[in-house]
Write a protein that binds this ligand. Structure first.
Ligand SMILES: *[C@@H]1O[C@H](CO)[C@@H](O)[C@H](O)[C@H]1NC(C)=O
Ligand SMILES: *[C@@H]1O[C@H](CO)[C@@H](O)[C@H](O)[C@H]1NC(C)=O
Length: 253
């Protein structure tokens, strides 16, 4: 059987004209020494940076990340499997990123590899949906408002970057990001207006999805990981494309 997967995500992250001069990190960020390659300083620096991005960073033209405006996530998973999901999430708002706690952070500077593990108490997405598929013996079909909550989970980010030279400075350019979401304690969903508003069938379906959340989450997880990984690569690139490498660390001179 063929496994089908597709994902597309568009989030609004930055605005305005391109910044052409080398920017500094905002004062709300914490800088580490180049030699602080593991935990302590780096862990605090990453957590502070994520929290500082809550309402956006005007000097870097970064829009707010909590709530984060997500224009579209398209999920297509499990064709011809017992669980098949074709789900578009549109005009959505993602809240909860501010609650992030960084569990560990390390990098290998010479290799330009960063490894960050975070814990999130809760991440909530509210928006419009359009769904078609099947869940075990139940059909999944509807279009309306939805509310999805992923509770208490860990996420691992592995970022790889390369150097690019602009004017006289070196900047980091993220070339790949791998996101793994694990240790999820619950995934709660509410899809309004399933089956053209048939309340009994809608309630039964939402209950089945919530009673068997591990199966439902398991199927859509790869798409969500890819979509959120892409968002974080964009966020990181907004900062790294504007702040040269030399301004990311405590100056040693
Ligand atoms: C970074 O990676 C290189 C090559 O694999 C290795 O020799 C070096 O020890 C690593 N540095 C750290 C700080 O782990
Ligand atoms: C979404 O659902 C959660 C419970 O799972 C609830 O606390 C929250 O108020 C809901 N949000 C909206 C906008 O309906």
């Amino acid at each position: 059987m063929e496994m089908m997967r597709g994902v597309l995500l568009l989030a609004l992250l930055y605005c305005g004209a391109t910044i052409t001069t080398a920017a500094k990190l905002p004062d709300t960020f914490l800088k580490c020494k180049r030699t602080d390659y593991e935990n302590v300083c780096l862990k605090h620096a990453v957590e502070k940076a994520l929290k500082a991005m809550k309402n956006g960073i005007p000097s870097l033209q970064l829009l707010p990340i909590d709530p984060l405006a997500v224009t579209k996530i398209s999920i297509e998973e499990g064709a011809n499997q017992p669980i098949t999901v074709k789900l578009d999430l549109l005009n959505a708002e993602l809240t909860g990123l501010y609650g992030v706690e960084v569990v560990s952070a390390s990098y290998n500077l010479s290799q330009r590899i960063f490894d960050v593990e975070v814990f999130l108490p809760s991440l909530n997405l509210v928006g419009d949906y359009d769904m078609d598929g099947k869940f075990l013996l139940l059909p999944l079909k509807g279009k309306g408002k939805c509310n999805l909550t992923l509770s208490k989970f860990k996420a691992n980010f592995l970022l790889k970057a390369r150097d690019i030279k602009k004017k006289n400075d070196i900047y980091w350019d993220i070339t790949s990001i791998t996101l793994g979401i694990h240790d999820v304690s619950n995934f709660h969903v509410n899809f309004e207006n399933l089956f053209n508003g048939d309340k009994a069938l809608g309630d039964t379906t939402n209950k089945a999805l919530n009673d068997n959340w591990e199966e439902f989450w398991g199927v859509i997880r790869p798409s969500i990981e890819q979509a959120f990984g892409d968002v974080f690569a964009h966020v990181a690139n907004i900062i790294f494309s504007r702040v040269p490498e030399k301004n990311l660390f405590v100056s040693t001179s």
